[in-house]
Design a protein around this ligand. Structure first.
Ligand code: 13P
Length: 252
């Protein structure tokens, strides 16, 4: 009942022209894909050109970050109103690279999630532990903290409009994927937290993506897990063939 959602997080890659070409190839290759939601998240400067390229297709546009204020003296920031204006439907919030390099905290993630929801857009809220945290047996504590902190103060209805991405930091860009069982264990934990926060019906509805070295050869086993509803993809989303093979995981 949860529609799988495959999102490409292009991170700091691709000029406008390159982004347009990649989006065009993905759109062409995904024409016959049914029942999978596909999201492309280019850099801000390529949002407009990618948006134009995929307009009229089933593909959706997403941004990689946002600021929670709507406008004002906040040099360098972009608001959810502006992202909506640029054609975005999704916004990645709280990616571990933002937590690690740009001082993102549960509090800022929470403000961003609220701003995105207020604009009627869908946040893809990222959570996940580092390797030292996993080795110290703190996966449950860290993930619970991220989920509860990021969703603090939201109504059940609002929580129902969020997509969550579980991205263990040690699996991002390292080629080390969590095993399907390791991922499922944390996805199940997250769904349990959602049940506590918003009730069983909402928890069943919220989609939880896995992210971290998702590749054509591991996507099927990850997607076969009960609580894995999609993938947030970095490296493999930068090549049309690889990303299309993820999107078509069902046909493998
Ligand atoms: P990789 O797929 O390159 O490991 O990146 C995952 C990620 O961070 C997606 O947001």
């Amino acid at each position: 009942m949860r529609i799988p959602i495959m999102a490409g997080n292009w991170k700091l890659n691709k000029t406008k022209q390159e982004a347009e070409a990649l989006a065009g190839d993905i759109a062409a290759g995904a024409r016959d894909v049914k029942d999978v939601e596909i999201v492309l998240c280019p850099v801000y400067t390529a949002l407009d050109s990618v948006g134009r390229t995929i307009s009229g297709t089933a593909l959706k546009l997403g941004a990689q970050d946002v600021y929670w204020q709507e406008s004002g003296a906040f040099t360098g920031e972009v608001s959810s109103t502006m992202l909506k204006d640029a054609g975005c439907v999704f916004v990645i919030v709280g990616h571990s690279e933002r937590r690690q390099f740009f001082g993102e905290s549960n509090e800022t993630v929470n403000q961003k999630v609220k701003a995105v929801l207020q604009e009627g857009l869908t946040p893809i809220m990222c959570v996940g532990e580092t390797l030292p945290e996993r080795e110290a047996g703190r996966v449950e504590a860290v993930v619970s903290d991220h989920v509860k902190g990021g969703l603090a103060g939201l109504t059940a209805e609002e929580i129902g409009r969020v997509v969550i991405a579980y991205e263990p930091v040690w699996a991002i860009g390292t080629g080390k994927t969590a095993t399907p069982e390791q991922a499922q264990e944390v996805h199940e934990l997250i769904r349990g937290l959602l049940r506590e926060l918003a009730g069983a019906e909402v928890a069943e509805r919220v989609r939880i993506q896995y992210g971290g070295s998702v590749k054509p050869d591991n996507v099927k086993s990850l997607m076969s897990q009960k609580d894995i509803d999609g993938a947030l993809v970095g490296g493999a989303s930068l090549k049309a063939d690889a990303f299309l093979s993820l999107v078509k995981f069902n046909e493998k």
